[in-house]
Ligand binder design. Structure first.
Ligand code: MD5
Ligand code: FE
Length: 203
């Protein structure tokens, strides 16, 4: 599916063997950089999703705000490097002349969700956001440039890749829920989402 907005869904981009290989790589990332539970700026309300990152920069949220930083907020160590397969995916689908700097790893267990929001903590909006779904199917909600505008629902299954380029880079979106038990890929159940982003403008 390719839309005039620059939104491209690539269903089944990764086959089961490739998904298992990605899970191995993600497991290594999580051992080096354990998932943490971010809190909302000011309120300190915890996210239902836990997160970690790989790459030069990682997205974090705490009482002082949202930002990208080079170190894990709890261990203080630099983020592990991005798996080769993730860099290869960006090369294949991003149509952008520089590598991604951040790969956010979101972990959704049973009732975890992500409210409607826009990705706007980056400096570079000419690069797409590339997202990989692994494990349980997610009910993804996508709107437009206005928070109050119409939205539609898209199911994201394990192995699907979503490329948000062009105008869609700034669309409102969120995860309404996951469908527990819809995949056997993630040990203990749940969904893992990899979100690849360029943060800075290349020089
Ligand atoms: C997820 N994660 O499935 C999603 C995938 C996040 C987040 O939203 O911020 O961690 S990224 C989906 C995305 C990004 C940018 C634009 C659009 C979707 N879009 O216009 O649909 O955990
Ligand atoms: Fe987002």
């Amino acid at each position: 599916m390719e839309s005039k907005d620059g939104l491209r869904l690539l269903p089944g981009y990764f086959d089961r063997a490739a998904q298992e290989a990605l899970m191995e790589a993600v497991g290594a990332v999580m051992r080096a950089a354990p998932p943490f539970r971010p809190v909302m700026p000011r309120s300190g309300r915890p996210f239902s999703v836990t997160m970690t990152n790989c790459g030069d920069l990682g997205w974090v949220s705490d009482r002082s705000g949202y930002r990208y930083q080079a170190h894990h907020p709890e261990t203080g160590r630099p983020w592990p490097s991005m798996p080769e397969a993730v860099l290869a995916l960006w090369e294949e689908v991003a149509d952008y002349p520089a590598p991604p700097e951040a790969c956010l790893v979101n972990l959704y267990r049973d009732s975890a969700r992500m409210g409607l929001h826009r990705d706007e903590d980056e400096e570079e909006f000419s690069a797409p956001v590339v997202s990989v779904s692994l494990g349980d199917t997610a009910v993804f909600r996508i709107g437009g440039l206005e928070r109050k505008g119409p939205t539609r629902s898209v199911r994201l299954a394990s192995g699907d890749v979503l490329v948000m380029g062009g105008t869609s880079r700034r669309f409102y979106h969120g995860i309404d829920r996951i469908q527990p038990g819809s995949s056997t890929l993630v040990a203990g159940g749940g969904r893992i989402n990899l979100t690849l982003r360029r943060v800075t403008v290349p020089r």
